[in-house]
Design a protein around this ligand. Structure first.
Ligand code: SAH
Length: 394
């Protein structure tokens, strides 16, 4: 029996020919057969040419996600094993120093909708697309076979699943239901709550930028805004910051951050943790005439989709403007955006606008991005969601 076929409208084959993995609903002319959720379909151009094997999703604006652009390939367990092994082999180039890393980064690793993070001996999996869901029974055994992990936990409790017609879900996939896993990053221990933590438990994408913060922090007063469980704060404390002030609205995250100071035997007296809204707290610090030699701004995703970009731009500008007013002469600002819908170029324009309004003279020392275990496919610019600037005040 031949597989279902999805035929594109004339002229709409360009993005697949450029190896971009998404087929939008508006590009589809007809469907031959009745593919189920996540079933593999053969995508063809109007002229009949084969374009890709893709996972079908009737509910999503992204009607199909390409597994492969090779007609001779068969999408089966052996194919998925090959993709997983290639993704994990790619991580051999990631410098050691941490026992936590992203092993699979969705589309950028040729596995649309699948994310796998490793926290010491525990894997945390996110199944985010109909295609990845179709193969859900295969992932635990394949991952156990390839990585040797004995505990795999699912954290697919995210909104993007709803866009794919899937209900959010979480729970153990293999072995005991892990809760808190101890990891090491650059000589610092963290307790990652893989069940209740944000995302899969830890922001692995910021690893290299936390190290950078460490190299800048010695002898400085540091402000870590949106600190979560204290990643940047711990790196700064360990590197010899004079004082580290950290802000977050999540009491659970701050409690975990406090424990991190303890388990690393760092001086609690140098660390100040405030359960506070960054937008108002930055203004309060300005009223108090406080200054910081290093400021980290790592807010949550202000623009989940394209339509949120104007509001997000205002929010990014606001926090950057106020942070710039708090920078000591010669001080450093590490400022980030993890909104995929805000391009690196737009982000830089927003930050430049904030600097103009703050009447701040700043230099770009470096453009920043996600850590090496978050590769970005050259055909999938959406994968470059995390961007940042290392700025220094005159
Ligand atoms: N830099 C962190 C990750 C930050 S994630 C790390 O390296 O681990 C963003 C954090 O911002 C979350 O912990 C969230 O609780 C917090 N947050 C969201 N809105 C906030 C606000 N208005 N004020 C303070 N914190 C906020």
């Amino acid at each position: 029996m031949s597989p279902p076929r999805l035929v594109l409208k004339p002229g709409r084959e360009k993005s697949l020919r450029h190896r971009h993995p998404w087929v939008f609903s508006g590009a589809v002319e007809s469907i031959e057969g009745s593919p189920g959720m996540g079933e593999t379909v053969a995508v063809h151009g109007k002229d009949g040419a084969f374009l890709a094997w893709a996972a079908y999703c009737a509910d999503s604006q992204i009607r199909a996600r390409a597994w492969s652009f090779e007609a001779k390939e068969t999408i089966d367990e052996a194919f998925l094993r090959g993709r997983l092994m290639a993704a994990i082999a790619r991580r051999a180039a990631v410098p050691k120093g941490s026992d936590a890393m992203r092993l699979v980064h969705g589309e950028s690793d040729g596995l649309p909708g699948l994310v796998v993070d490793r926290y010491a001996g525990t894997l945390v999996v996110q199944v985010l697309s109909a295609g990845a869901e179709r193969w859900r029974a295969a992932w635990p055994a394949l991952l156990e076979e390839i990585t040797g992990a004995k505990a795999i936990y699912e954290r697919s409790d995210v909104e993007v699943r709803v866009l794919e017609g899937l209900a959010p879900r979480s729970g153990p996939l293999l072995g005991p239901a892990a809760t808190v896993v101890r990891i090491q990053e650059d000589g610092i221990a963290y307790e990652v709550d893989v069940v209740h933590g944000q995302k899969t438990g830890f922001y692995l994408d910021q690893r290299e930028n936390r190290s950078l913060a460490g190299t800048l922090a010695a002898g400085r007063d540091v402000l870590n805004a949106f600190c979560y469980t204290g990643g940047f704060s711990l790196a700064a404390l360990k590197a010899g910051a004079t004082r580290v002030t950290s802000l977050d609205t999540s009491e659970e995250a701050l409690a975990a951050a406090g424990r991190h100071v303890e388990i690393n035997a760092l001086e609690a007296s140098r660390a100040e943790w405030l359960a506070a809204d960054v937008f108002s707290q930055l203004r309060k610090f300005r009223d108090q005439d406080r200054r910081f030699g290093l400021i980290v701004l790592d807010p949550p995703k202000f623009a989940p989709t394209e339509k949120h970009v104007p509001n997000a731009a205002r929010a990014y500008k606001d926090i950057n403007l106020w942070a710039m007013k708090l920078l000591a002469p010669g001080g450093h600002l590490l400022t980030f955006s993890c909104s995929g819908a805000v391009s690196p170029d737009l982000f830089q324009k927003i930050v430049a606008g904030a600097a103009a309004d703050a009447r701040a003279d700043l230099q770009i020392r470096r453009h920043l991005g996600a850590a090496l275990d978050h590769p970005v496919s050259i055909h999938f610019p959406e994968g470059e969601y995390l961007k940042g600037l290392w700025l220094q005040a005159a």
